[in-house]
Ligand binder design. Structure first.
Ligand code: 8Y7
Length: 261
């Protein structure tokens, strides 16, 4: 899953793709590089980022979605927690919802049911503005699992199909470096517990800076290492900024699996 930020304040691209034409060109480059999904977001989810109004978010993403759905058959996902954006994005051609709030916003469960597309339920403790202020857990694996259980139940009750659900532990969302590492080591256990598709986003995340002292522009190789570590534990979807490098690394792992199996 290639990341396409259409925001002026996004963490790692610094608003480089704010312009619609630039965003479309970047998306098509990611398709050429082997992306299987394009994840479009119009509101930065980085820690301390300020929220964006509904209309502003739609003006950023909808024209890009409309253009891309004509230019490529690669599925597009919408990174949003706002129910109205979900519906308008699906009308414009989106086929996956990626929700960092796991459909906890009022109206989001109903919107996702109506859209009837796969939805990523991501764990986040707190809100983007404050989530990195001293997050605490007694047992992070159990707390995230309990969260998944509650969200899955809510989704099923709302009429969302089980086979449309994808889980994501939400690296960096209300988690210290130690919390992120504990979750990383448990990915195969999430897979065993839920037997559902798992998605992770580790690309360029601050756990790399915290562990190795590397800045965002120097975090490609560690990002690849984390993607491989996740895939070897059964993770199905890797959300990544550097599509070509990630694709080649994961193709190699897949070739190994295919040739030995
Ligand atoms: C994730 C995400 C971001 C993630 C899912 C960043 C939108 C921060 N991270 N969605 N979004 N999982 N599902 O550094 O880890 O890319 S934004």
């Amino acid at each position: 899953m290639g990341v396409l930020n259409v925001t002026p304040d996004s963490f790692s691209e610094n608003g480089k793709y704010q312009n619609h034409d630039d965003a479309i060109a970047h998306a098509l480059r990611m398709v050429d590089e082997g992306a299987d999904i394009l994840d479009i977001g119009g509101e930065s989810s980085r820690p301390y980022a300020s929220p964006v109004l509904l209309e502003e978010e739609c003006q950023r993403v909808i024209p890009v979605i409309q253009a891309l759905s004509k230019l490529t058959s690669v599925p597009i996902s919408i990174d949003t927690y706002k129910p109205e954006v979900m519906c308008r994005a699906v009308e414009a051609g989106v086929s996956i919802i990626n929700d960092i709030k796991a459909l906890r916003e009022p109206g989001a469960l109903e919107a996702a049911r109506q859209c009837n597309v796969p939805v990523v339920l991501m764990h986040m403790k707190g809100e983007p503005q404050t989530m990195q202020n001293h997050p605490e857990y007694e047992n992070i694996f159990e707390e995230v699992n309990l969260f998944f259980k509650e969200r899955i139940e809510q989704c099923l009750q709302a009429g969302i199909k089980y086979e449309n659900l994808i889980l994501d532990p939400g690296f960096g969302f209300g988690k210290t470096m130690a919390h992120n590492f504990q979750l990383l080591k448990q990915l195969s256990n999430f897979k065993k517990t839920w037997k559902m598709p798992l998605l992770v986003g580790l690309s360029r995340k601050s756990l790399i800076k915290k562990a190795l002292g590397l800045e965002v522009h120097d975090s490609l190789y560690p990002s690849i290492a984390l993607a491989i570590y996740a895939v070897l534990q059964g993770v199905n979807i890797i959300r990544a900024h550097d599509v070509l490098a990630t694709r080649q690394a994961l193709d190699m792992i897949e070739a190994l699996e295919v040739n030995v199996a």
